[in-house]
Design a protein around this ligand. Sequence first.
Ligand code: 16G
Ligand code: ZN
Length: 555
Amino acid sequence: MSSSVNLRTIYAFAREMYPKKVTTNIEYGTAGFRTKADKLDYVMYRMGLLATLRSRVKGGQTIGVMITASHNPEPDNGVKLIDPRGEMLENSWEQLATDLANVSDKDLQSEVEKVIQTHNIDMGSASSVFVGMDNRYHSPGLLKAVSDGVLALKGNVKSFGIVTTPMLHYMVLCSNSCGAYGTPTEEGYYQKLITAFRALRGSECERGNYKNQLLFDGSNGVGARKMLQFLKRMNDELNVTVYNQGEGKINENCGADYVKIGQTLPIGTPDSEPYTRCVSIDGDADRVVYFFTDEKKKFHLLDGDRIATLYAGYLMDLVTKCEIDLKLGIVQTAYANGGSTDYIEKELKVPVACVPTGVKHLHHKALEYDIGVYFEANGHGTIVFSEHTKESVRAVADNSELNEEQIEAAKKLLSTIEVINETVGDAISDMFLVEIILQSNGWDVKDWYNTYTDLPNLQKKICVANRNIITTTDAERKVVTPEGLQNGIDEIVAKYPRGRSFVRPSGTEDIVRVYAEAATNEDVEHLVAEVSQLVYGLAGGIGPELNSTANGLPN
Ligand code: 16G
Ligand code: ZN
């Protein structure tokens, strides 16, 4: 181990600038660390340390640190590390992150030394850390703490200022692929997506039922600003009205989570003709959902399941036309509506896999396919393409002896790969692809909505003394403990046509979630109530049951 870094600096910095005043432990979960912003200074500093160590372990490759609390309310903030390929931090390092965040200031130096020894890190070697933040007012202070953590270990830090989460993921991969994925600048990001969008969309803005008009709820977050940047560079190719641009509080009564959970319009939605396409993203722009109102002003949601099916149909068509044998698959979680899963299996005839909640699980599974489309119902998702896919599509596109339709399809597929952000769900890039497909199909939202019917569904939150008493298996679709709960659920579900229900402890809140779907609104209300009652009794419910949220139910 090189002694080029004086490790005593670690404690000095911590004591003087970022003392740990919090005594309760914090855990690096599916969303990284997330809590009230005023409790995060020391965590940020320590994540600056960890990112530098990780970069050195990875031979000096760039590691990303994103400061955001995504769809959470304004007082919250959080931090997530991004691995060299632009993906989520590797599992085993999540534990290191948790350990490092929870040691006392005095033990911090020895905890760092432990990591250095275990991983045999040369502290004199090169390192690179990219940092980005959302537009919360406390983010700049937290970004400084991350940077100081990097500097304490004599690492290199580059700040991108205010960027969306997917932009930072993109920057990290660009940097580590030596530019092959794109240019690691904000302008590089805009130009890559705009170029691909133009190539796919052509000069025709309207087609069939597709109209070039879109209302965009920016959730008062960073995505609103970046959308405006896109529009500045795009002439009128996409006619977008951006609202909730930052005039209100981030995610307050707006944003993808609010729209999805509440099944309702975000605040400030401009009056418009029935069936106008509306988009809502979350505070850091890695989730997107569509919605519209009909002539009776009834609200309709097009969630992540809908986007996944739209993508899959489009990709299948291109792959068939390319005449390449590629394995396409869709990855969902247990929250995917049964209506969508049926449609994928029976109509699209695409293999579908179910994995536990959390982006990393979906991403990981999607990598098993030549083309893997993954989406959580909440609107987080993207498409990943294997190297084999990229090479074989390129070969078709470049082979002038093949027929025109085949070459054309291959070129379109190449542009699709460019427009999508393969590293992580990207609300704006996802939206571009939806717009491209709808225009290409000549579809309005009604056409899209009519591809299949969602089963009515409901979710409930239940407070229990210890939510971890509930353990699950089979991608969270079956309960293992407490004993008797799964049998009870099975008996209840059997009474309802097309009934399905599962129970899991939340990874982000101290509650248990109950999901149910059934053929009718009335049935699903009874089903969710019965299962919730059972959970409440068997898992040690406390306090009143919290509000339920509806999907696919009339307002
Ligand atoms: C986190 C996950 C999200 C998941 C949600 C579930 C990432 C980046 N985010 O926000 O994918 O849907 O947790 O929350 O993985 P829950 O465990 O409280 O239901
Ligand atoms: Zn988010």
